[in-house]
Each structure stands twice: as C-alpha cells, then as structure tokens.
Write a protein that binds this ligand. Structure first.
Ligand SMILES: Cc1cc2nc3c(=O)[nH]c(=O)nc-3n(C[C@H](O)[C@H](O)[C@H](O)COP(=O)(O)OP(=O)(O)OC[C@H]3O[C@@H](n4cnc5c(N)ncnc54)[C@H](O)[C@@H]3O)c2cc1C
Ligand code: FES
Length: 279
C-alpha cells in the first residue's frame, strides 16, 4: 500500500499528491510516468511523475479530475493509501544541450514539463517557456516553471491573466524572432500538442510531444496505447510517451482516445448513482 503524504489542491479540479514510494523515487527521471490503482477493484491509470525526492522516498503526481478514477482519487486525503503505484515507466525525456529550448505547457501539462525544463536548464540550455490555461483560476505552478526558465509567457484563453489567446501565438512569435529556437517541447491536451507541432513544422524545429493514449498495463503487453509515428506502429508506454510531433498520426490518436467514451460515461453515471445512494 502506498501512503499519501501530502495533498494540495492546486486549482479547483487539479490536485497534487505526494506519495511514499521509495523504489520509484530512486529511479525516476523527467518524462516518466507511473500507473496507479486506487483499490483492488480499481482501474489502472497512468500519471506523469511531476517531481520526486529520493531522500524522502516520495513521488509527486498532479492530476486533473476528468472521470471516475480521477474523481475517486480526488476524494482521498493525506494519510490515506492507494493499492498500486507502479513505475517509473516509459522512456525518460531526452536531455542534452540543444541550445535554446521552448517549453510549452497547456493545462495540467505544466506539471510534467517543470522537471523537464529544470533538467534541460541544468544541462546548459536556455529555456523559453509558455504556460497556457483556459482562465486565471486554472493557472498553477507558474513560479515553478518561471524558476526553471529564462523567460516565461503566460496565456489564458479568456484573457483573465497574462496574454489573451492560445499558446501557439507566442510560440509562432518566438519562432519568427531573432533568437534561434533549437527544440520545442509541448505537453498538454492532445489538440494543443497537435497545433504546436503544426506551428513549428514550417520552421523545421524538432518538436517533442508527450502522448497520452489510453494505457492499461503500461509495460508494452496489452497494445492499448498503440500510436502511429512516422508510419510505424509504436507503443507509447514503452517507446514513449515522448515522440516527434511532426511524425504523429494525430487523427488515429484522437480516434483511439474516444474508443471507450460510452463505457467511461456509463462508469461515471454508475459511480455517481452509488455515491448518491450512500449520501
Ligand atoms: C503517459 C500518460 C501520462 C499521463 N499523465 C497525466 C498527469 O500527469 N495528470 C493527469 O491529470 N492526467 C494524466 N494522464 C491522463 C490520465 O491518465 C487520464 O486523465 C485518466 O486515466 C482518466 O481516468 P478517469 O477514469 O478519471 O477518466 P475516464 O472517464 O476513464 O476518461 C476520461 C478521459 O481520460 C482518458 N483515459 C481514460 N483512461 C485512461 C487510461 N487508462 N490511460 C490514459 N488515458 C485514459 C480517456 O480517453 C478520456 O478522454 C496521462 C496519460 C498518459 C497516457
Ligand atoms: S499500455 Fe499496454 S502496451 Fe502500452
């Protein structure tokens, strides 16, 4: 059993848990993820490692409430336990000195991008970051990303904070500017990562995205996380989750993410009616 050491509500529907998992903390690297199961009958869901502390033996995860498992997870508090916490899984993000790297985070994607930006900066890169959210009340970890960056631009869709608009606008301006951008890393909703990739493609700047297909085992055995990259079938859990955004078959990814929509809806309705019956 894995104890929740700390819970923080970052914004109304995004929460941070620090979990005691010494074996995972010893081996975690930026870009990797864990697969968790809340209880014996729980669904397995993947969540990116947002931070870790080898000395304390803890891993930090940040998750957004989107469906049954993440709603259930959000009911837990410090001192509670979850049944499974497997990882670190997936390949770490490739870190080396590229030059100037633009790190683009959308929504909950800011959590996984912070350790990546930090590691890239430690390697001697200049980090220009863009953080996008729908509105001011959904912005979190701005200070964390700022401290890992040489410059940070914040955008909100509704203009309630920072620049009004979406992340691709300042990204295009950076690419058109005087400073050469050597690499872009974009993490966030799939649609945002697709449009970041479309923005950078004409400039020929390598763009790494962290794909989030549905995953089950997270170890390359079930085939659930199948994606197509450069016309080749890859398993995001063992070959990724980072891939070249210019090579991703986005339509296939979107289609496969929708495969279980009916079941997900049914599961949520069932759980909500169980909650209502017990209240
Ligand atoms: C490698 C990886 C890292 C991720 N890291 C984070 C993270 O750090 N923070 C975060 O908030 N979310 C992250 N996600 C997404 C997260 O796993 C889903 O939001 C979660 O599984 C939803 O489960 P649910 O039961 O609450 O919602 P559901 O109602 O089951 O689904 C809601 C949405 O989540 C997607 N989803 C459902 N089950 C899975 C699954 N097993 N694997 C992937 N997607 C699923 C569905 O396509 C659907 O669009 C990550 C996904 C992947 C693949
Ligand atoms: S999650 Fe099963 S093969 Fe990747």
């Amino acid at each position: 059993m894995y104890e929740i050491l700390l819970r923080q509500d970052l914004v109304p529907n995004i929460h941070l848990f620090k979990i005691r998992a010494p074996a995972v903390a010893r081996k975690a690297h930026p870009g990797q993820f864990v697969v968790i199961r809340i209880d014996e009958k729980g669904e397995r869901i993947p969540l990116t490692v947002a931070d870790w502390d080898e000395e304390e033996g803890s891993i930090t995860i940040v998750f957004m409430e989107v469906g049954t498992t993440t709603y259930k997870l959000a009911l837990l508090k410090a001192g509670d336990f979850i049944t499974d916490f497997i990882g670190p899984l997936g390949l770490p993000t490739h870190i080396e000195k590229f030059g100037t790297v633009a790190c683009v985070a959308g929504g909950v994607g800011v959590a996984p991008i912070v350790p990546i930006a930090r590691a890239l900066k430690e390697e001697g890169n200049r980090i220009l970051s863009i953080l996008g959210a729908r509105s001011k009340d959904l912005v979190f970890w701005e200070d964390e990303l700022r401290s890992a960056s040489d410059n940070l631009i914040v955008t909100t869709d509704d203009g309630s904070y920072g620049r009004k608009g979406v992340v691709t606008e300042p990204l295009k301006e950076l690419l058109e500017g005087d400073e050469k951008i050597d690499r872009v890393i974009a993490i966030g909703p799939s649609i945002m990562m697709k449009f970041c990739s479309l923005t950078t493609e004409p400039f020929g700047v390598k763009t790494i995205v962290s794909l989030n297909p549905i995953m089950v085992d997270g170890t390359g055995m079930c085939g659930c996380c199948r994606v197509s990259v450069g016309g080749v079938t890859r398993f995001a859990c063992v070959d990724g989750p980072d891939f070249d955004g210019h090579q991703v078959d986005w339509d296939l990814l979107f289609a496969r993410q929708r495969i279980y929509l009916e079941e997900e809806k049914h599961s949520l309705e069932q759980w909500q009616s169980q909650c209502a019956a017990h209240s």
